[in-house]
Design a protein around this ligand. Structure first.
Ligand code: ADP
Ligand code: MG
Length: 253
């Protein structure tokens, strides 16, 4: 078990006085790809945000261990520097902050990624080409006026620049057209191959998974993880939906 990267144990969390997550147990080994599925409002995004330390949520019990360190109380910045990454379902716009400055700053904070300005510019240019991103976007304000597809490609650009040990992708595929979807899924595949990182992919869309070997699938209903299984569980859910799990949970409660 020494190659376990992330362990979430008995995690309950909420926002204000609203409980959202109940006793979540989840473990991801180095290099594994996990998928998290569940109906709208189940708590999937909340789990991603709580793992990343979003102060909008309070952990009421349980622990999160990453790379052998209990990070339950750590700041999002410390988690990021330790090698965790969360791509937002709805990326935020930051007026006044040029994308290029943002990327340079987050990379400069990491000793292992420090490089010359010229090499950095070349790498950003190469990745932008690979992701079919207009080079003109690089100097614009972060996400301001960007299309949905551009925002998601920029999250992929960050992923490939930062090379985190664990990437949590929260519906990175939602609202993308076929071409953008194909580029984003190539970006995820490139991350897996180049960085040998672990993935927790929150999605409703199995197309984004076609290029990936999924190791484990988790199902969340009403803040509970109600099932865990191999990749074939995804097809089963595609065919039958979440009704069975909702019914089972309903009869238990
Ligand atoms: N910041 C917040 N404050 C209060 N309630 C929230 C907050 N974020 C999410 N919730 C609630 O938590 C539940 C789970 O939401 P979410 O994690 O976004 O679900 P999912 O991503 O599975 O669709 C929903 O009922 C949602 O309204
Ligand atoms: Mg969500």
């Amino acid at each position: 078990m020494s190659d376990t990267l992330l362990t979430v144990a008995g995690l309950s969390a909420g926002a204000g006085d609203k409980p959202i997550l109940h006793g979540i147990d989840l473990s991801i080994a180095a290099g594994e790809t996990h998928v998290l599925m569940g109906p709208n409002g189940a708590g999937k995004s909340t789990l991603g945000h709580v793992i990343m330390g979003d102060p909008a949520f309070d952990v009421t019990s349980g622990t999160i261990t990453f790379d052998g360190v209990d990070i339950t109380e750590k700041s999002p910045t410390d988690r990021s520097l330790a090698g965790m990454f969360l791509s937002y379902q709805a990326p935020v716009e930051i007026p006044g902050l040029p994308l290029y400055t943002f990327l340079r700053t987050i990379c400069q904070m990491r000793p292992e990624l420090k490089t010359t300005a010229r090499k950095f510019r070349d790498e950003v240019g190469r990745l932008a080409d690979e992701l079919d991103l207009d080079q003109g976007l690089i100097m614009r304000e972060l996400n301001v006026g960007f299309s949905g597809g551009e925002k998601k490609k920029i999250e992929m650009l960050q992923l490939l620049l930062l090379k985190p040990k664990l990437a949590i992708l929260d519906e990175t595929d939602s609202g993308l057209d076929v071409d953008a979807l194909s580029i984003v899924s190539k970006g995820i595949e490139a991350y897996r191959q180049r960085c040998d990182g672990s993935l927790l992919i929150i999605t409703h869309n199995t197309r984004i998974l076609e290029r990936l070997d999924v190791d484990r699938t988790h199902v969340m209903v009403k803040g509970h993880l109600v099932a865990e299984g191999p990749a074939s569980l995804i097809d089963e859910i595609d065919a039958h939906g979440f009704e069975r799990y909702e019914r089972e949970l309903g009869s238990e409660a």
